[in-house]
Design a protein around this ligand. Structure first.
Ligand code: CA
Length: 229
């Protein structure tokens, strides 16, 4: 199955600029969503988490710099690349954008091809990071290994113990392979302990996950466990 095209949100109140950027990115196969102000951008981000956000600074209902700070403060969005656009090109103004968490700051007038190059580069880096196993993606489950956060559909899960987290990461990365209790003990605990340890941790782990995700950790009687989903 081909990967779905990444969705890019363009937040820009200047219609001509917005359309120009949208057309350039759409022509390259990206799915583009548009917002004209902060309120529209927040709605769009909540409704469908974009893969990348192009964010104008001067918006009718406030500053894109503030929205960028909000995005960075949200664990579910902290890694989403943000390309900031602004007519303000002084070093201190750019510094403010980067300090708020922008990945790139382009001074207007923006050349659409230049934006495209940055979009490609930032999305590629995100993918490379994932391969570098800081981000593990398994369908609608995203595991951030560095911050020990899980994102599943609209849920963010951050309360797993280190062993519960390791156990889930092990099963997810090896999916849909089936492992016995002893195998899990030697791979995750690196020890031969009481096999009951695995059951106990799995029980607690399932209890902390949204129902649909918990069901993906399957027990196969007499054989062991696997992540299937
Ligand atoms: Ca503007």
């Amino acid at each position: 199955m081909p990967e779905p095209a990444p969705a890019i949100l363009i937040v820009e109140d200047h219609e001509e600029t917005r359309c120009l950027l949208k057309n350039t990115l759409s022509a390259e196969g990206y799915v583009v969503e548009e917002a004209q102000d902060l309120a529209g951008a927040r709605r769009s981000i909540r409704a469908s988490k974009p893969a990348l956000i192009v964010l104008d600074v001067g918006l009718p209902d406030g500053s894109g710099v503030d929205l960028c700070r909000e995005i960075r403060a949200d664990p579910a969005l902290s890694l989403t690349p943000v390309v900031m656009l602004s007519g303000r090109g002084r070093i201190d103004q750019k510094g403010e954008g980067f300090a708020a968490g922008a990945d790139q700051y382009l001074v207007k007038p923006v050349k659409p091809r230049e934006l495209l190059l940055w979009v490609r580069a930032l999305l590629r880096r995100l993918k490379l990071d994932a391969v570098d196993s800081e981000l593990i993606e398994a369908g609608d489950l995203l595991i951030d290994v560095r911050s020990h956060l899980l994102r599943f559909q609209e849920h963010t899960i951050s309360n797993l113990t280190p062993k519960e987290f390791d156990l889930l990461v092990f099963l997810v990365t090896k999916r849909p392979e089936l492992f016995s209790r002893q195998q899990i003990l030697s791979k995750v605990w690196h020890t031969v302990a009481v096999p009951n340890t695995v059951d106990m941790h799995l029980h607690h782990l399932r209890g902390k996950l949204p129902g649909e995700l918990a069901l993906r950790i399957q027990s196969v009687p007499g054989k062991g466990f696997r992540y299937f989903g």
